[in-house]
Design a protein around this ligand. Structure first.
Ligand code: AKG
Length: 290
């Protein structure tokens, strides 16, 4: 069902990223696009209306629990891909949000690209397999991040971008004392920033150790993505599991998202209760994988 080969997985473990095409059907992508446009108050067909949502950087939208987002999360093919990459089907899904990145020209003061960064301390993940089956390059953690392109996204449409040169040599880079700022936003001026374009419905998965950002949107259409990742379910993580269950059942944004205080975040989020499939109930910890 995942359509990947052992060679694809080996490349992912080594390179730290993979793009899988045709994962999320177009109709499902379109539902997430429509939900996002409605939430941010823009008209999908009216370019000038996009200026109503002038979020800088990745264009983060504080929407986590719309049914359309959940229908992507509980898609069997999405789970099958993460299961193949992790080497276990027993996974929990993240409650990530969406991004609506408007054309750069609609920012009157100019577009500000977010710095290349890691979302966690790279020292905690490098050079240790942390109990994951089939650890990545050099025994590194396999912890993953991911996103789905909701529309066709060429490089110039604000695509995800990464710095594989630093990913490859990370242990050397870490062997020198680094400041807290460097450990969050490394100076990558000597490295190549590589765009990762993708067609509508493509899933991009990257190792959390990959330094990354997203580019300016130079087109006249918005760039839309849904962030989504999975982590191995853990029997010793009752608190995390409880937070996932409550988040889904009560439509509460994740604690990390609340800490970021993104403008427009509602808590709880509005709308009817989330409808889950049998797979969805396992992915959000409502049911055991056994
Ligand atoms: O939106 C993107 O393409 C990049 C997202 C990102 O930098 C992140 O998830 O930390």
């Amino acid at each position: 069902m995942h359509g990947l080969t052992a060679a694809d997985r080996a490349r992912f473990l080594d390179d730290g990223f993979i793009v899988v095409s045709d994962v999320v059907p177009a109709a499902l992508c379109a539902r997430v696009v429509a939900a996002t446009c409605e939430f941010v108050g823009v008209d999908e067909g009216d370019v000038e209306s996009f200026a109503r949502y002038r979020a800088q950087g990745h264009g983060i939208v504080p929407l986590h629990h719309h049914q359309a987002l959940w229908d992507v999360r509980q898609l069997p093919r999405l789970h099958a891909i993460f299961a193949f990459l992790y080497g276990t089907e027993r996974l929990w899904v993240s409650h990530d949000r969406v991004s609506f990145k408007i054309p750069a020209r609609l920012h009157p003061d100019g577009f500000r690209m977010d710095a290349v960064h890691w979302d966690g301390d790279p020292r905690a993940l490098a050079g240790s397999d942390r109990g994951n089956p089939g650890a990545a390059r050099g025994g590194r953690s396999l912890a993953m991040q991911g996103l789905v392109y909701l529309t066709d996204t060429p490089a110039e449409k604000g695509a995800f971008a990464m710095v594989p040169g630093l990913y490859r040599t990370l242990e050397d880079w870490l062997s020198v004392p680094r400041t807290d700022m460097e450990l969050r936003r490394p100076d990558v001026s000597d490295y190549e920033l590589v765009p990762v374009p993708g067609r509508q419905g493509s899933l991009v998965v990257w190792n959390r150790l990959m330094p990354h950002t997203s580019l300016a949107n130079e087109t006249d259409q918005p760039r839309l993505v849904q962030y989504v990742t999975m982590t191995p379910a853990r029997s010793d993580a009752a608190v995390e599991r409880e937070a996932l269950v409550r988040g889904c059942v009560e439509k509460r944004p994740p604690a990390w998202a609340l800490r970021q205080r993104v403008s427009g975040q509602l808590d709880p989020e509005p709308g009817p209760p989330v409808e889950l499939t049998a797979l969805g109930r396992k992915l959000t910890g409502l049911e055991d994988w056994d």
